[in-house]
Design a protein around this ligand. Sequence first.
Ligand code: NAD
Ligand code: UD1
Length: 337
Amino acid sequence: MSVLVTGGAGYIGSHTCIEMQNAGYDVIVIDNLDNSSKESLKRVEAITGKAVKFYENDVRDKDALRKIFTENKIEAVIHFAGLKAVGESVREPMMYYNNNLISTIALIEVMTEFGVKKLVFSSSATVYGVATEMPLKEGMPTGAINPYGRTKLFIEEMLRDLYVADSEWSIALLRYFNPIGAHKSGTIGEDPKGIPNNLMPYISQVAVGKLEKLHVFGNDYKTVDGTGVRDYIHVVDLAIGHVKAIEWALGNKGCEAINLGTGNGTSVLQLRDAFVKASDVQVPYIIDPRRPGDPDEVYANADKAAQLLGWRATRGIEEMCEDSWRWQKNNPNGYEK
Ligand code: NAD
Ligand code: UD1
């Protein structure tokens, strides 16, 4: 059975291609390589021993999508393609609305033309906005505090409207918490362009000597040690969550928001310490002021994924750090030769 993976050359997409192929699916990828390289898919093929059919196209290009749906018998779609940097979305909001919204609209229209109504969408815990209560549960109020977050929220709402209008659809809105880690092979992983915004790639680039020290954004939060707490999830667990979501979509109809997190919180300094232990490399740090807009704590209630998809994350912080480090150490410049 063939599944189209948009944005499949990216960080989460490439890991999901592996788990989908391992589960027996044929994987077709569309990616414009805006934030990735073809090399990731070559490495996916080397890991699984199975071919990935690749189309280098923009998801906003409806003719390109029609060609893909004509040439392949696609049963379902996992939609990762999108821009994801919060700071950039504040500086370039129209670029984010254009890319994230138009690509999703084009995809839905072409899926409808071809009668394919099973979709797994990459949403984010960011759709909970400024939450007053933890852990986050799917039924809690949503909101957004930046253009990136608004694109995710608008798309969720749009997909809910789609299901209300046509109950033949099966749509899983997967709200990811903080994906880190890499495939055990150490050959694929997160490859951010420029200086990383997110914590784990920053820590690993300090460890490998590309950055001098970690800047801890604030140590006066109401948390275990004053530094921000997040729900880090191993990207392979997350990828397996997509296989489960596809299985759900193939056997059910509906539109469901589902948290993909572990339910456990880890502070910045706890993650840094776990990384030092796993890598046996020093990660010097200084305490800087808070990053504007960062909440004290964000973590999931992960029960709905267990009930609906039969999925729970199984990999702990230590394994996440070991696997992030193996990827970084073996590929100090990411996919660049
Ligand atoms: P990524 O940038 O590594 O992957 C996204 C992929 O989509 C890239 O390969 C990029 O080239 C491609 N792409 C972007 N716009 C495209 C377009 N118009 N047409 C075709 N391809 C396009 O990011 P990721 O971390 O793998 O994230 C995947 C998805 O998950 C994104 O939608 C992101 O918003 C969402 N998400 C990510 C995180 C995270 O922390 N990584 C958290 C929550 C949600
Ligand atoms: C980021 C995204 C958010 C997305 C979430 C899940 C930003 C601003 N927000 O949030 O939209 O939903 O990932 O993937 O990118 N930290 C440091 N030093 C650093 C980097 C981070 O101390 O150099 C701290 C932060 O203050 C935070 C924690 O580490 O407490 C995690 O930060 P980050 O990895 O950026 O993730 P989120 O802030 O959760």
